[in-house]
Design a protein around this ligand. Sequence first.
Ligand code: HEM
Length: 404
Amino acid sequence: MFNPLSPEFQRNPYPTYDQLRAETPILYYEPWDLWFITRYEDVRALLRDRRLGRTMDHIISREARGLPPTPEHLLPFRKLSDHSMFDKEPPEHTRLRSLVHKVFTPKRVESLRGRIQQVADGLIDAHIQRGEMDLLEDFAVPLPVTVIAELLGVPETDRHHLRPWSNDIVKMYELDHTPEQEQQAIQASIDFAAYLRHLAEARRHNPQDDLISALALVEEAGDRLTMDELISTCVLLLNAGHEATVNVMGNGLWALFQHPAQMQRLLDQPDLIPTGVEELMRYDTPLQLFRRWALEDFTYQGMAFKQGMQFGLMFGAANRDPARFANPHQLDVGRADNPHISFSEGIHFCLGAPLARLELQVAFATVLRRLMGLHLLETPAYRDTYVIRGLDALRVGFTPKTSG
Ligand code: HEM
């Protein structure tokens, strides 16, 4: 019997996905009144289907759905999501996304290439003489945190808050969370919002050459971001801007250690890094599940779904579907036909995908090029989370060097 909370499933969901995909690809899970979807074509079709949305609050209120109002203590967390494009549907989603898109442009991202390489090299330089490091804490975490913090304009002295705040908040996206985790997420929401309000107000009065200033000033046809929207957007960019990227680096490097021939291919042919990055994102999907709600009654694959029904789209299952990917359980860093779904599809397609791809390509290329004789010091373990899939640590050894 499928149990999404079982530690065995969460540690390695892929065998269960195979079974679900083959036997019950659209599975009603009664305990949560939710439909789990595992086939690639279904996940993709439902992500693009405008009869489903990330929220349905714009169509019918919680009260009208017979749900209790949001408990008072959850309001600080809810306030952040209520003003973020991530949890909005058109027309509000379109409005927020296009305002952000106006300043978070591909050109701005491409201009970061040199700086990303510099940060990656600096992190390796800091450890190269020791001959060992934790590639997660010493490299995969600080690289994207530094990049997104610099891009937004968070001063260096304050950056140590970002990872703990983000970690506490994103626990709310897991399938289950303890009251203690809920309390931590609420406190982090309060502190993060207060910090960003202060920073955004300062930038509105005294703009700098950074993304917070650009977002504070962006205007389209007389429309601007409100202060609450500005705060929520910054939290979204800071959190989304590193959580998954960290885990693609960790999960991806671990996958390469388990497939030494594939690691060797990347060492011999660095021009395979771009396809390698896409394959590592497919092979061990960093964000395993996203929810959607039926905005109206509708029929799909001959099945009738009622307005308000909830869906759990299993990205990790879709990315290993043999109907779409040849030999899906095989890691192939040269895989040419690889339309993985890790950045989602449809209107919520990851806004940061160009930045994530750039960071990941630089990160893998730098680690493989600079750390000679790279080997594992201990077998890594996955954290006990499911939606955000990632390792605790990745301790490696390599040949020490006296200069970079
Ligand atoms: C490998 C790293 C990343 C992965 C796997 C990833 C994945 C995703 C996914 C799956 C979604 C859509 C969720 C849904 O459909 O419900 C999303 C949305 C988003 N991502 Fe990413 N992301 C990554 C990196 C980034 C970065 C670096 C940024 C920004 C700096 C970013 C910013 C966003 C934003 C703003 C959204 C909301 C888009 C919307 O709702 O319209 N992401 N991301």
